[in-house]
Structures are given as C-alpha cells and as structure tokens.
Design a protein around this ligand. Structure first.
Ligand SMILES: Cc1cc2nc3c(=O)[nH]c(=O)nc-3n(C[C@H](O)[C@H](O)[C@H](O)COP(=O)(O)OP(=O)(O)OC[C@H]3O[C@@H](n4cnc5c(N)ncnc54)[C@H](O)[C@@H]3O)c2cc1C
Length: 447
C-alpha cells in the first residue's frame, strides 16, 4: 500500500507518474484536504478576475487511473506503526490507514511569525479560497469607496498593502493594482484614480531576490513607475482591521492587508520524528527519502535539500516539486520491485526563474540570461500555460486571457459563501430506514 499525502504540485505529479510504472502491483491512495490540484502560479490572476477559479484547479480524480483518492485532512502520522490518521472533510469521521510506503508532499502554509493580529486581520494568497476572498474584498472596498464622501476615509479604503517582496507578494500586488485602476476607470465614477494606492512592504533591500540583483532592480523600478509604492528594509509588526504597523513605527491606515511574508511547514510535518532543517522542513537524502525511514519519500515545499550546484537549499517552487516528483516515482517503483540500485539521485540545476510584474511586463533569468519586459512576460505565460495539467485547462486559460484582452474587467462579487454544517453520519442511512419501518410496525399495532 502506497499513501501519497498531499495533492499539490508534488503529490499530484507523483500520482500521475507512478501509475504508469506499476502494473497494478501496488495499491496507491492519494490523501488531500482539497479535492483538486491548484495551479498556484496563476492564483493572483483569480484575485484580479483575469482567470476563473475553475481555470486553474483540476479535480485530483482526473489523474486517478488506477489509484484511489481520499478527500480528508491528515491528522497524524505514526512512523513506528506505519499508519496515518485522517479526518474526512465531509462528515469529520476519523479513519486510520496503513502504509508500506509513504510519499510526504504536504507543502507549506503561511508563516505569521507568531503574530496573532496579522494572522487575524490579513488576507493570504495560498489557496483558491484566499484568491476569491481577496477578489470579493477589493471589489466591496471599491463599492464602499465610491459611496464614501469623507475623503480621508475614502483614501484609507483605497490603500492596499501587500507584505512580502517575493514572487507571491509582487505578483498579487501588481495584479490587484492593475485591476483596481481598470475597474475604477470603467465603473466607479466617484473614485479619483490618483487616490488608489498599492504598497509593497519588503523586509529586504529590494524585491524579487530570486531573480538576482540586476533583474530585481529592473523589477523595482518598473513596479514603482507603475504607481506602486515599495517600502524596503521594513517589516510589518502588527495589524488591526483598519491599519498596519511597520517596524519603523509607521502606522498605515488601510482596509486591506495581504500577507505574503513567508511560509512554514505544517506542525504535523515539523513534529515528525526525523531530521529537520530550516522552518521544520524534513531533511531527505539524495534519493529524496527520509534518512531514518527509507520507505518514506518526501518532496516539494516540505523538504529541506541542499543543491550542491549552488550550496544553498533548493527553493520552494513548483518547478522543483515537478522535477522531484519524477525522481520520487522512479525511486519508489525501483524500491517496490526490489531494484534499489536502479534508484536515481536528485541532481537538478535550476535553469531559470520568471515573474510577472505588471501589465505585459515580466522579468526572467534563463540559463544565466536576463530577459526583461514584454519578452519575459510572454515567456512566463507560455511556460506556465504549457505546464497546465490538462488540455481542457489550457483552452480555458487561453480563452479567458483572450476575453480579458478584449472586454472590460468583471466586477461582480459572489458575496459571502454560506457554509453548511453537518452532524457526523454515524449510522448508515438504510439502517435508519429499517428502524423507522420497525417503529411504524409498532405504531400500527396501536391502531
Ligand atoms: C501565489 C503563489 C504564486 C506562486 N508562483 C509560483 C511561480 O510562479 N513559480 C513557481 O515555481 N512556484 C510558485 N509558487 C510556489 C509553488 O506554488 C509551490 O512551490 C508548490 O505549490 C509546492 O508544491 P507542493 O506540492 O510541495 O505544495 P502544495 O502545492 O502547497 O500542495 C500541498 C498539498 O497538500 C495538501 N495538504 C496540506 N496539508 C494537508 C493535510 N493536513 N491533510 C491533507 N492534505 C493536506 C494541500 O491541500 C495540497 O493539496 C507560488 C505559490 C503561491 C502561493
């Protein structure tokens, strides 16, 4: 029995690869709290309304040829008894599953560095729900600002602060900045465009450290020219529903704060009895196995592995997770078929990084070559479009990009989504029916 924990870039790609390598010799089950695979590089485009949620999410069952899917949250992992306890998403029922081999691919979650206020008041950009929540919120803010006659309050409403100068922070800031201006110009006649203020707060000297100094400086200049204010060498230290406080004691009145300030692994992973690196990530050997547990493979954002080409730890990117998935599935198959000496080492040299930084503009570092502007933006779009998991999604995304180039932004909010609760289904429905039939027999005897 093979259990794959997590259905993101790492887990879904292992699932897709591994099924081609087994001839029904092993039962494979993927467990994920989301029943879909999320294509995160395009997540900021859902917040801006450029793409629809369904464009970038694919049901995991689409990838299940022979494997099983278990829609549940992992509650605990017992490495000694080789069991994983899960809680079903629908009815909260707990089950314990056994495994012979496990693939740990549970990604990462937002790190608020223990700041409860930031956690409570900031939006995040990690899940599909986050992207939809941001979209609903910023449109509601525009609706409110359009009616607001107090100019100070209107300015506060129109101030949008993004904390984090990495990929996720810069991409969400530039996407919403463009959307806000576009939407206000087309639909909100009481909003002065000059009053819309998007701010990026970066703890570093600049933004996008991943692309190097030259491209990072280009990105910084471009982002500033497009009207976004960038505050560098500063951290967010506190927040409330109407403000954010920075480490230099600046208090920014605002109605929107988006946190993209860092990630950490789930305590479930960081508390596993094995070696851990920075942020609790599990340390793996060159075959991507836990050193102490050779029947457990781990990959993606939850893994700590040093790239011997650069001497630093592999970054938490989708590209790395996809490459690691190939090696994990080959090594897992080799192990199951008793061919351990056929296992491969993970020796990937990062060939490039890309980011979009505004309308039709991007930065890219490919094989050491720096690319700026429209060319980098086209490369970004082409690369990620080609990496979408199915042809259906490729057509949907291309179509929506085309529509967006022709028509005005959509400003519809879906409002608050009601959440239905369900008491636990302890008794199968047929037994309730049987019982009610028995009861009705009893009743009839009184008639
Ligand atoms: C906004 C944004 C933009 C990004 N842009 C880029 C980019 O342009 N290029 C790039 O290379 N990378 C980008 N990344 C990073 C990339 O998304 C991650 O590196 C990648 O998703 C890591 O894959 P993973 O499978 O390890 O983790 P994830 O994709 O996060 O998947 C983790 C999976 O585990 C599941 N899971 C977690 N905990 C549990 C639990 N307790 N029980 C059950 N299931 C659980 C989750 O539901 C999910 O299915 C971006 C990330 C974000 C948030």
């Amino acid at each position: 029995m093979v259990l794959i924990l997590g259905g993101g870039f790492a887990g879904s790609n292992v699932l897709r690869e591994i099924q081609n390598k087994f001839n029904n010799d092993a039962e494979v089950t993927l467990i994920s709290q989301d029943n879909f695979f999320l294509f995160t590089p395009m997540l900021p485009e859902v917040s801006s309304g450029m793409l629809h949620p369904s464009d970038i999410s694919t049901p995991i069952r689409t990838f299940c040829k022979t494997a099983n899917f278990c829609h549940a949250r992992v509650l605990s992992i017992n490495l000694e008894s080789k069991t994983v306890t899960v809680i079903r998403i629908f009815d909260q029922k707990e089950t314990t599953l056994e495994y012979d081999y496990m693939v740990l691919a549970m990604g990462s979650k937002d790190n608020f560095f223990g700041n409860a206020n930031i956690e409570e008041f900031a939006f995040t950009i990690k899940t599909l729900e986050d992207a939809i929540a941001i979209r609903n919120h910023i449109i509601s803010v525009l609706e409110c600002a359009d009616q607001e006659r107090d100019s100070i309050l209107q300015e506060q409403l129109l101030r949008f602060v993004v904390v984090g100068g990495g990929f996720a922070g810069v991409e969400i800031a530039t996407e919403i900045n463009h959307f806000l201006h576009d939407a206000a110009k087309n639909f909100y006649k009481n909003i002065d465009l000059k009053k819309i203020q998007t701010i990026i707060v970066s703890a570093r000297n600049g933004i996008l450290p991943e692309v190097g100094e030259d491209l990072g400086n280009f990105a910084l200049d471009y982002v500033k020219k497009s009207g976004i204010e960038v505050i560098t060498n500063t951290k967010a230290v506190d927040a409330g529903e109407d403000h954010i406080l920075l480490s230099d004691n600046t208090l920014i009145p605002c109605a929107t704060m988006i946190w993209a300030g860092g990630v950490i692994v789930d305590p479930l992973v960081s508390s596993l009895k094995c070696e851990h690196g920075a942020s609790g990530r599990v340390i793996v050997d060159q075959y991507l196995r836990l050193k102490e547990h050779p029947n457990i493979f781990a990959l993606g954002d939850c893994v700590h592995l040093v790239d011997h080409h650069t001497g630093s730890v592999y970054p938490t990117t989708a590209q790395i997770a996809i490459r690691q998935a190939k090696i994990v599935s080959e090594n897992l198959a080799a192990k199951i078929y008793g061919q351990e000496n056929a296992m491969k080492i993970f020796d990937y040299q990062n060939k490039g990084v890309m980011a979009t930084i505004g309308k039709c503009t991007g930065v890219a570092l490919i094989n050491g070559r720096k690319v700026f502007g429209l060319q980098a933006w086209l490369l970004w779009r082409l690369f990620y479009w080609l990496n979408l998991p199915t042809n259906e999604k490729k057509v949907k995304v291309a179509f929506d990009w085309l529509l967006h180039a022709v028509f005005r932004s959509d400003i519809m909010t879906v409002g608050f989504i009601k959440k239905k609760t369900l008491t636990r289904l302890e008794t199968p429905i047929y037994s309730v029916l049987e019982r009610s039939q028995e009861e009705s027999f009893d009743n009839t005897s009184y008639l």
